[in-house]
Design a binder for this molecule. Structure first.
Ligand SMILES: Cc1cc2nc3c(=O)[nH]c(=O)nc-3n(C[C@H](O)[C@H](O)[C@H](O)COP(=O)(O)O)c2cc1C
Length: 493
């Protein structure tokens, strides 16, 4: 299986949805929480300090500080603002309450697990940990000195973000691998931005030997390492590393469901996008993205002083948007778009693979229509005029939220350029970038008093036709919507 075969075979069309209806097997739903039984636990103090730098400043690249001097509180703050439970929803008919997290996930199924290594973190034994969001704890899987050079040079904290595709495939079947990749992009930005708000730098490494890293972290065969994120910076409270023997406590995670269905396309694309040790020795830079200009210059971006801590934890996906007459301003749109253009710090991010297309429904000063966003200079090029509400909703699998929003987006990924630079592995990187942009859109919208929703379901070929895209211009990889959210009566803080 190649990236192209996987991508083409997992496109949505009216026929594909009609041909293969799917009934959810609720009894066999995978547990969205992973954990390791019987391992020592590092208590992460409750109510860690609040990162009060403005969220829009963090999105614009400014760093905050943290007063924290001990490792467990530092980790608690980092994870509380990037990966923890931040709200719950109540199903009134059954009384069942389910958890929502700081990082979003398609279908709230959360295929992403956060593992991390620490070395020389104050008051924190060196080792390999797994974050258990259900109780905000770090489970110590290994203690002692570990070969930390997973991603090049040693850093005091190194995250290994993994995906358990079965959690997502249970609902979305073969298309689920795309959503796992988006979710990793969201988790990466959730972590990178929380780290920045606390005064640390992060660098993501996508180019690593999969099997070696999986073996190193002793992952179950259903769980694949996807991204390594190193954290560095003077705000990390450090000491001399331990020099003690390595002891394993937790090699086996909990079983997620009684049965697991095999999705051969997912196994195929995962295998095709893996790298061996030999293949990942060097990473070639991708050709730069094409540039152009539009006729609409974006105004100076709107500002907001809402604190990062509040914005990260209040972020929610809107179920739908108020479709009335209330519009957003062009300066708000300008701030949201500006957040997407800041650099990504990753070994695969020397060139951008995603271009944003906007379906503007209600933006003051912008005629309804479709626009292409050019990053430098920040300009919009109008490519269609007229009301786009029916088209935007229709293209997003008939989801009305894309029409009721003030603005909806198609993220067009240059999968061909990704593959030319990185082979099949490039397929992952294009989707990571889409998820990462999505995360910035969520936070920027929330900071400005708006709501947002990532949309993984769309009619692929219809989007290409509607936008008149040639294969060279890329393919739809993610949709998004921003507007005024309808209240969600099920939501509890
Ligand atoms: C990759 C991705 C795809 C998504 N696709 C859709 C979608 O097609 N329709 C929708 O209503 N919500 C979609 N969502 C929103 C999720 O349902 C939402 O993140 C999840 O229910 C958790 O809620 P929260 O974001 O408020 O934490 C998507 C989210 C992500 C990250």
């Amino acid at each position: 299986m190649t990236w192209r075969q996987y991508h083409e075979s997992t496109q949505h069309s009216v026929e594909s949805l009609r041909r293969a209806p799917h009934v959810l097997d609720w009894v066999n739903m995978p547990n969205p929480f992973g954990h390791y039984e019987g391992v020592p636990v590092l208590d992460l103090p409750a109510d860690p300090p609040y990162p009060d730098i403005a969220a829009l400043d963090v999105l614009q690249g400014l760093s905050g500080t943290t007063p924290v001097r001990d490792g467990p509180t530092f980790l608690s703050q980092l994870l509380f603002y990037s990966a923890s439970i931040s709200a719950s929803k109540l199903v009134s008919s059954t009384g069942y309450r389910y958890a929502l997290r700081v990082n979003p996930s398609s279908g709230n199924l959360h295929p992403t697990e956060f593992h991390f290594l620490t070395q020389g973190l104050n008051e924190c034994p060196d080792g390999l940990y797994h974050y258990r969001p259900s109780s905000h704890m770090a489970e110590q899987r290994v203690s002692g000195e570990l070969e930390m050079k997973l991603a090049g040079s040693a850093a005091p904290i190194v995250f290994v973000l993994t995906s358990i595709a079965w959690r997502e495939a249970w609902k979305y079947r073969d298309r689920a691998y795309r959503y796992c990749l988006h979710d990793i992009g969201h988790a990466w930005q959730a972590l990178a931005l929380a780290a920045r708000a606390m005064g640390c730098d992060s660098f993501a490494v996508g180019h690593f030997p999969d099997d070696e890293v999986a073996q190193f972290c002793c992952l179950h065969k259903d769980e694949g390492p996807m991204l390594i994120v190193e954290l560095r910076g003077r705000s990390i409270p450090v000491r001399e590393p331990d020099a003690c023997e390595t002891v394993w406590y937790g090699r086996h995670a909990n079983q997620l469901s009684e049965e697991r269905t095999t999705y051969t396309r997912i196994d195929g694309i995962h295998g095709a996008t893996k790298l061996s040790k030999r293949e990942c020795r060097s990473i070639s830079p991708a050709q730069p993205a094409p540039t152009d200009t539009g006729e609409i210059k974006l105004p100076f971006p709107a500002s907001s002083r809402r604190a990062f801590g509040e914005v990260a934890r209040m972020r929610r996906s809107a179920l739908d948007f108020l479709g009335g007459t209330q519009s957003m301003s062009l300066t708000q749109l300008s701030a949201i778009l500006a957040a997407t253009t800041r650099p990504f710090f990753a070994d695969f991010a020397s060139a951008n693979f995603i271009q944003l297309y906007l379906y503007a429904h209600r933006v003051d000063g912008l005629q309804p229509g479709v626009y292409r966003f050019w990053r430098e200079p920040a300009e919009l090029e109008q490519i269609k005029s007229g009301d786009q509400r029916v088209a935007a909703a229709g293209l997003s699998l008939g989801q009305e939220l894309a029409g009721n929003a003030c603005v909806a987006f198609s993220m067009i990924g240059d999968l061909e350029r990704g593959a030319r630079a990185h082979g099949d592995r490039g397929y992952r990187y294009v989707h990571f970038e889409a998820g990462a942009i999505g995360h910035r859109l969520y936070l920027a919208a929330e900071a400005l008093g708006l709501g947002a929703t990532g949309i993984g379901a769309f009619y692929d070929e219809e989007v290409h036709r509607y936008l008149n895209l040639t294969p060279k211009q890329g393919q739809a990889v993610y949709h998004f919507a921003i507007g005024y959210p309808i209240p969600n009566p099920r939501l509890a803080a």
